[in-house]
Write a protein that binds this ligand. Structure first.
Ligand code: 13P
Length: 346
């Protein structure tokens, strides 16, 4: 049972996260991942450069017009902006909800072809209670599924679904809205049809498990991958096909009780991720809010512009603002590719 105080809080949180025209920034890269991204553009990764980078993003003027929530990594939850304000409080002042990545990464699932399952359930209730006192109002847990001729296996699909559902139920019991992230990876030469078939099996298993664990679908965010061609597929589906097939698979698998679906970008270019979101929303009316929860497709340009230099903060913030605005328009079905030229994106 969810107690009435927690219930009120969950309802207030989901109402904010599903606001039309707004999305979520994923800024929760683990230290290893952000270090890899920094190194790729020549930024040194230290506790303070990571702090300064995230301060640049989160203090972008008027970003709360387009961003309803930000997913943080635990390190950032405990860091402060230059004026001494803890990040969750700084976000709160802007009316942006702080979220937190709570999974502990991937491990090999024995008796599969080296498929992975996500770990982090042990002690999760205690961690959630602590994160909540620090201001977190929603949480994220990512499961991954690699497509090959023989994967994902039913074993990996079921194991990950069970863990995602246990995580989601624990979040709700602790007054935290769960963001359930099953990511079908883009890597490989598979066709969009194969991605559709896998995505349908994955989402069916996830929702069966969520039902088994009595997760309140009205109080969760789904963060799926789009139905797209594999990165090295010879025939690449266009935005219109991606939009149509993604919406078809979601309609088959995701109950309309789920208020909002916020996609990950998963290695698409910034422009592709925006155009694909637009193509889905062009099919309105839809049963859910369809928006974004991108990391790379929101951060690629600002990170390259910033490069760890204070003098670049304003230009980096401008490019982040512009990208968030274009994605907000796509979430409303009002984006067109010609708008790319009107922004100052490098
Ligand atoms: P990308 O948008 O870069 O895929 O990241 C989203 C995310 O949160 C992955 O867990």
């Amino acid at each position: 049972m969810i107690n009435p105080t927690m219930m009120k809080e969950l309802e207030a949180t989901i109402a904010k996260l599903s606001a039309r025209g707004k999305g979520i920034l994923a800024a929760d890269e683990s230290t290893a991942t952000i270090t890899k991204r920094f190194n790729a553009v020549g930024i040194e990764s230290t506790e303070d450069t990571r702090r300064a980078y995230r301060e640049m993003l989160l203090t972008t003027p008027k970003i709360n017009e387009f961003i309803a929530g930000v997913i943080l990594f635990e390190e950032t939850l405990n860091q402060k902006t230059s004026d001494g304000t803890l990040f969750p409080q700084a976000l709160d002042k802007l009316g942006i909800l702080p979220g937190i990545k709570v999974d502990k990464g991937l491990v090999i699932l024995p008796n599969t072809l080296d498929e992975q399952v996500t770990q982090g359930l042990d002690g999760l209730a205690e961690r959630l209670a602590e994160y909540r006192t620090k201001g977190a109002r929603f949480a994220k847990w990512r499961a991954v599924y690699a497509i090959s001729e023989n994967t994902p296996s039913m074993l990996a699909i079921k194991a990950n679904a069970e863990v995602l559902a246990r995580y989601a139920a624990l979040c709700q019991a602790n007054g935290i809205v769960p963001m359930v992230e099953p990511e079908v990876l883009i890597d490989g030469n598979h066709t969009i049809e194969r991605c559709a078939e896998v995505s349908e099996r994955v989402l069916n298993a996830v929702f069966r498990a969520l039902n088994r664990h009595k997760v309140r679908l009205e109080l969760m965010v789904l963060k799926p991958s789009m139905v797209i061609s594999g990165k090295t597929c010879a025939i690449k589906a266009n935005a219109e096909q991606v939009g149509r097939m993604t919406v078809t698979i979601l309609k088959r698998t995701v109950p309309s009780a789920v208020p909002t679906i916020n996609f990950l970008s998963g290695g698409q270019s910034c422009e592709e991720a925006t155009a694909n979101l637009q193509a889905m929303n062009a099919l309105a009316p839809l049963p859910w809010n369809l928006s974004f929860s991108y990391a790379r497709a929101l951060q690629d340009y600002p990170m390259k512009i910033w490069r760890g230099d204070k003098n670049n903060v304003a230009a980096a913030q401008k490019s982040f603002y512009d990208r968030a605005k274009l994605n907000s328009l796509a979430s409303l079905g009002k984006y067109s590719a010609s708008m790319e030229k009107e922004t100052s994106i490098a």
